[in-house]
Design a binder for this molecule. Structure first.
Ligand SMILES: Nc1ncnc2c1ncn2[C@@H]1O[C@H](COP(=O)(O)OP(=O)(O)OP(=O)(O)O)[C@@H](O)[C@H]1O
Ligand SMILES: [Mg+2]
Length: 343
């Protein structure tokens, strides 16, 4: 293999050349990553693999007028999936300086873009979180004073009938506010993680018994399907408890009386060992347009929700290098699935 060929084939990016008609005359080995075979594309028009909607024009400029250009566009891989790419193309000249086609370099930036998007979101939420905890700390002390004074007054006055109802409602609402304030502070103040090898089934089982009261209150039955061969998994048990409880409580809240919530654990071996935990309910479901917001802090459709449950869950799962996804169908139900790598 010549040095130059190795240089081209070992490059990270896709490198190509076409003739004047825009047909491939050269593609480097990277094309395999796009699912294509080099042989099948040589002689084929480059435009076949481009999403020609908004690309054709620029491309022609390069071949006809000898312009160099750099632009962003989409390329379809063999399966038809579009990738955002940066294309840098320039005219290809022969020894006499005559233009005989174009050449270019294509870099897939879809992953980089996703990463940038993710970072931007994380920064936004981090500052939102700081603001919110600042406020939460300010609220916490006066709130506990309100709570204490309400308790004292109710005990002293021993109100009857409707008056007592008013006290009860006020106390319940204060308790609700306290829960939200605690969640807020928890959300923005991530305590250090303490990872240990734990029995995942046992962890899930513990959470299920914690959720029992909520189940009884909501008239929901909680059932389990556990993997028999689950290896010990490196987790922060306390945090994992908190994450699972949030998900199970959401599932119970979405269920109708008489509904069912199923918690399943699976040991996934490929492509890499993972503990998968799925929580399925047969409740209200999530509107398709809402699904992308459920992990955002403060997104809630509930009257007394803070909208922090799933954003806390997401942080916890991220800290375990895991992934979490939600599938939902309106009026059919929802499945939240987490995968934690087993190391
Ligand atoms: N199992 C589910 N079924 C239907 N909707 C759900 C389910 N889980 C989450 N959601 C939707 O996602 C939103 C966000 O959930 P999240 O747990 O973050 O906040 P919340 O439950 O509203 O409030 P909080 O958990 O802070 O008390 C919910 O308000 C609800 O609309
Ligand atoms: Mg919740």
């Amino acid at each position: 293999m010549t040095f130059h060929k190795r240089l081209l084939d070992n490059a990270n990016d896709l490198i190509w050349a076409t003739d004047m008609e825009g047909r491939f005359t050269y593609i480097n080995e990277n094309i395999a990553e796009w699912g294509y075979d080099k042989g099948e594309l040589i002689g084929q028009p480059l435009l076949n693999i481009l999403n020609t909607k908004y690309v054709g024009k620029r491309y022609e400029e390069t071949s006809n007028k000898g312009l160099k250009s750099i632009f962003e566009m989409e390329i379809l891989d063999k399966r038809g999936k579009a990738h955002t790419v940066i294309v840098s193309s320039s005219p290809l000249q022969d020894d006499d300086g005559k233009i005989i086609g174009t050449m270019g370099i294509i870099r897939d930036v879809s992953e980089t873009q996703k990463l940038e998007e993710k970072l931007k979101n994380e920064e936004r939420f981090a500052s939102l979180g700081r603001l919110a905890t600042g406020i939460a700390h300010e609220i916490r002390n006066p709130l506990s004073s309100v709570k204490m004074n309400l308790d004292i007054l109710r005990r002293r006055l021993t109100p009857q009938g409707e008056d007592d109802e008013h006290f009860k409602i006020a106390q319940q609402e204060v308790a609700n506010l306290e829960r939200i304030v605690t969640e807020l502070i928890d959300y923005a103040k991530p305590t250090p993680f303490n990872l240990q090898r734990e029995d995942m089934n046992k962890t899930v089982e513990d959470v299920m018994s914690t959720a029992k009261a909520a189940c009884i209150e909501g008239g929901v039955t909680l059932s389990k399907r556990f993997a028999r061969n689950m290896p010990l998994t490196l987790i922060d048990k306390g945090k994992m408890n908190q994450a699972l409880l949030n998900i199970i409580i959401n599932a119970i809240q979405a269920s109708r009386p008489g509904g069912r919530v199923v918690v399943e654990t699976q040991f996934v071996k490929t492509p890499s060992p993972m503990a998968r935990i799925s929580v399925s309910d047969y409740g209200t479901g999530i509107k398709p347009e809402d699904i992308k917001f459920v992990f955002d802090p403060f997104f809630t459709t509930k009257k007394s929700g803070a909208g922090l449950g799933l954003s806390i869950v997401k942080n916890i799962i991220n800290n375990h290098n895991g992934t979490i996804s939600v599938e939902s169908e309106m009026d059919k139900g929802t499945t939240v699935r987490m995968e934690i790598p087993i190391r």
